[in-house]
Write a protein that binds this ligand. Sequence first.
Ligand code: IFM
Length: 456
Amino acid sequence: MKRAQEISARIPHNFTLGVATSSWQIEGSSSSRGKSIWDDFAETPGNVVDGATADPACDHLNHIPEDLDLLSGLGANAYRFSLSWPRVIPEGTGKISRSGLGVYDRIVDGALERGLTPFATLYHWDLPSALQEKGGWLSPDSHQWFSEYAHVVGEHFADRVEHVATLNEPWVSAFLGYAAGIHAPGEQNPAASLEVFYRLMVASGHGIRALRAAGVKNPGLVLNLTTIIAEDEDIVPTSTIIDGLQNRIFLDLLANRGIPDDIVAATSSITDWSFVTSEGLAMAAEPITWLGINYYTPTRVASLSKNAGKIVGQDASVYPGVSNVSFVPRSPRTAMGWEIHAPSLTQTLLTTASRLPGVPLYVTENGAAFDDTVTETGIHDENRVDYYASHISAALDALDQGVDLRGYFAWSLFDNLEWAEGWTKRFGIIRVDAWSQIRTPKDSALFLREIFSTAR
Ligand code: IFM
């Protein structure tokens, strides 16, 4: 554990150290809430590789104290979780479920009792089905629905939860959900994906405003940003557009720079962007008090055609207007097919800090899926331990180079429902068996415990 101690010695005082989860991926108990688009998507055969649905997931709602004990046993000082919108407001707008809010009272109060600072996320992809029926994120009313929900949560929790993110990874909702169609609601409509991206960012701005008005001290947003690596000269123009669609469109809106000109040009045969308004742009630029970055892997691209096998989420279909590109992750790779390259985390933090100056950053997700081997002596996930060691070090390198980095969250506390990959991809530092619901800390949990507990 010398390696863990060397890392923890570099961690400043007051640095946030935690683990992250999301509602649909762990909660289970779907019958006690409204339906979401992910329930609908998962119930359609073929959408989730192993046919997994929202139940039982990690049956978290029946294990809240035990799960929070596991978390605090890691020496963490923070817990990042998301609320299920249809659990709080089953129809998306209107009647509030008191028992739904009560679930998050138990999570928030239980976290606080254990010395864990709660970082809540309002929307981690589980849109109420009732709102999808009204047009979902494509509806011009979507920002009002979201603002109402943000207000309800803000009013109820502002006294106990200082950090609330509006959205988790709007890139995924827009481009995996509406362009590639591999996430809910499963549309393959590039024009719609660009409109959804914009409407999500406008809704986020309204949400930030509603949270602030309700007294939430630190409203923020979480994006999945990364470094795009061009493997050859010919692909540089395309990689610039991919960087635009992956990173710049979000940061430019936040920084009040509007939609980047090169992205408008690259997508001109797909959309005329006539849904963009000056009021919408102003709202999307509503100031955030912190930005979360979810980082897993760089996106390495080349002009030569090459079959690199399955790489979850890396495909030209997720980037409207982009073609003739190969995604070429190098080895070593995780079970998602994602290249392991920690320097790209440092680079992503540096680039983001320069594109959105003055906003404190957190790594709100970072981790790796591997095919773990369960042995009689435990789960010796040395590959995941190595991943965490190199990536926490890479985040600290960015801090050393002047980035205002305030914290780090590992993804994920548990093996859980990895969306369209179901139970087949395991990101947890704690193994969960879906049938027995037995939780078993892996060696990576022990490694993070060593870092977290000696850093405090
Ligand atoms: O499991 C997801 C999470 O819900 C959002 N960020 C990426 C993770 C791994 O794919």
